[in-house]
Design a protein around this ligand. Structure first.
Ligand SMILES: C[S@@+](CC[C@H](N)C(=O)[O-])C[C@H]1O[C@@H](n2cnc3c(N)ncnc32)[C@H](O)[C@@H]1O
Length: 319
């Protein structure tokens, strides 16, 4: 266990944020639930731009899915957060919002399921969430033992600190996923799972390759789970000039998309022993529950589906 993790564990004062932790924030013993539950708290203004602003887009769609009584996806904290943030969320609304929200929920549930599998096999293991934004995944998958490392750029970590106070098993690092600083905080004592949800499609593919290679070198025997966008969706969005139908907000463009050639490139990176697709959880309703899962099992059709493939990279153990 690194010294900073021990510090996060050992700190007892409520609201404690020891100065000597530098930019690693070891937060109080208070559970995030206390802070989020106060309906009289003033709204928190957030002014984010570029890729960091997309964290609000994701949060909003998760909250819509969570508020849908027909959707089994549960995320009360996402609903609370949207209510607490001062931001023009109405600019995200389009005729496709409900549909998009279901996609978001499916993608997130697929990653949640993979994290739960990891935690079952590795009690007390560490999850590193790269580009975590205002994800509330910790609260969805917490088994009472997991240790959680959030990594994001400073403005996003600042938003997290304001809105999602951390408990004793959570630590944040405000640096780029490309920076090795977070790697020094990642504890492998009880197993490590690195995740990147909604991040890699915004980084150049060469940077993604560099990141995966660096992780493979630093964390032999561990795994990295990430989602991606099918190349076809990237190309059609380029053709349409963004999402096209948004009332006011245009997310930044995705930089690359998943296809067979990219999968081959990632699977032969040094230190990568396996790259496989994580089975998507079954959604609800005829389209999400039956039709799409069936069609996705047909290899050549899978690439044509407007879904977000989730992949798991296994790193080779050091011999
Ligand atoms: C689409 S949001 C996803 C947020 C969250 N994972 C989710 O699914 O709700 C993209 C996130 O990546 C973060 N990000 C962008 N560039 C980054 C980088 N180089 N390193 C780490 N995080 C980055 C943004 O700040 C933002 O939080």
């Amino acid at each position: 266990m690194s010294a900073r993790w021990r510090k996060a564990h050992d700190s007892t004062g409520a609201g404690c944020r020891p100065d000597d932790l530098g930019s690693v924030t070891a937060m109080s013993e208070r559970s995030g639930d206390d802070a989020c539950a106060d309906p009289s708290a003033p709204k928190v203004p957030l002014t984010l731009t570029g890729v960091p602003e997309t964290l609000l887009w994701n949060l909003y769609h998760r909250s819509i899915a969570a508020a849908d009584p027909d959707n089994p996806f549960e995320d009360p904290k996402a609903i609370e957060l949207v209510a607490r943030i001062d931001y023009p969320f109405e600019e995200f609304v389009t005729e496709h919002t409900d549909y998009l929200a279901r996609w978001h929920a499916l993608r997130v549930q697929t990653l949640d399921a993979e994290i739960r599998r990891f935690l079952t096999a590795n009690p007390g293991g560490t999850v590193v969430a790269l580009g975590e934004g205002l994800e509330t995944q910790f609260w969805r998958v917490d088994d009472g033992q997991v240790r959680w490392l959030s990594v994001d750029v400073p403005e996003a970590i600042d938003a997290r600190a304001k809105l999602l106070p951390e408990g004793p098993r959570q630590v944040s690092v405000d640096c780029s996923a490309m920076h090795e600083r977070w790697m020094d905080e990642a504890d492998t004592d009880h197993g490590l799972l690195i995740t990147a949800q909604g991040l890699l499609m915004y980084l150049p593919l060469t940077e993604v390759e560099a990141l995966v290679s660096r992780c493979a070198r630093r964390f032999p025997g561990e795994s990295f789970v990430f989602d991606s966008v099918p190349a076809r969706m990237v190309h059609s969005r380029e053709r349409l000039g963004g999402t096209g139908k948004g009332a006011g907000y245009q997310p930044p463009p995705w930089v690359w998309g998943m296809q067979a050639s990219v999968r081959r490139r990632l699977s032969v990176l040094p230190g990568v022993s396996e790259l496989r697709e994580v089975p998507q959880v079954k959604g609800h309703g005829l389209v999400f529950g039956m039709l799409l899962p069936t069609l996705r099992r047909v290899p050549w059709l899978a690439e044509l589906m407007p879904t977000f493939p989730v992949l798991r990279t296994q790193f080779a153990s050091r011999t």
